[in-house]
Ligand binder design. Sequence first.
Ligand code: NAP
Length: 289
Amino acid sequence: MSSSSFHTVTIAGGTGTLGYYVSEAFLNDGSYKVKILRKKPENENEKANLLASKGAEIVYADYNQKDDLLKALKGTDVFVSTLSGSSDLYDIQCQFLEAAKEVGVKRFIPSEFGGEYKLGTHVFTDQKAKFREELEKSGLEYTYIYNGLFQEYFAYFGFDIKNKEVTFYTDGNAKISSTCMPDIAKYTVESLKIPEARNATIRVAGATLSINEYLQKFEEATGSKWKIIEDKEVRHRFQNQIDPIPSLFDDFKVVAIENGVFEKNDNKKFSFTPRPVTEAINALVKQAQ
Ligand SMILES: NC(=O)c1ccc[n+]([C@@H]2O[C@H](COP(=O)([O-])OP(=O)(O)OC[C@H]3O[C@@H](n4cnc5c(N)ncnc54)[C@H](OP(=O)(O)O)[C@@H]3O)[C@@H](O)[C@H]2O)c1
């Protein structure tokens, strides 16, 4: 399918954390009609208003009403889901898929945007893995975008800038791929122009470094030595219900870190170079001051 047959892109969750960047990138590209799909009841928000002012059409649907979804998706060539990785992601994306098939969507980019997780890895990521099976059965073209960790989320993954300490959930020499959200958005848009992205997995990375190497960059950015807290037992404690039992979210951090590395990536298939990770780290340090 050539990029010239893609005219209208509908983005579900386009006002979300990642979704906003993806919506903006499609608008900036200038070659697409961009629709932002939001769930009813209608409620204006700042990001939706901003995207509308940049030319996006905001459409609302009750995701449980097929007719409503069909109306909202009519005319869509590419459907992008940047919905949050919530517990109902599988069900909602299946509803999107059913409507997408009926209105003749040509390509479906589901909400992946992290590491590659096989079915059975974690309750959160199983929502995504189960949906991939449905998507592949549907016959619609698809692209999976994997980008490792969001660089804007380093704090969530253990880097505490304020207290200048890092929690190691795994070995410090373990490598992790990471990408900033504006670049993930650009990769998503450009994937439509890359023939190898059709029915394929695209792996991109702004950086692939060991945790120790990321730490060194945080130390350089803050001009001080950081304290290392070793907490490599989280997964073990979670799985074996040992006190203090970590939360599902803490367990997921470990899963994300352990599944967040690409030895090879597809960066070279794209026209741009991702932003250096030091820029993302410097920005985070500045924000924390
Ligand atoms: N690699 C990483 O480090 C990393 C980090 C965070 C997230 N992610 C992944 O990136 C993707 C996007 O996540 P995000 O954090 O950007 O999402 P988000 O901001 O939490 O949510 C995106 C949008 O989804 C819609 N939404 C949320 N909950 C919903 C529900 N229960 N039913 C229907 N719609 C709902 C909302 O849109 P409306 O209000 O407009 O309807 C929301 O703005 C997910 O796949 C997530 O797993 C990856």
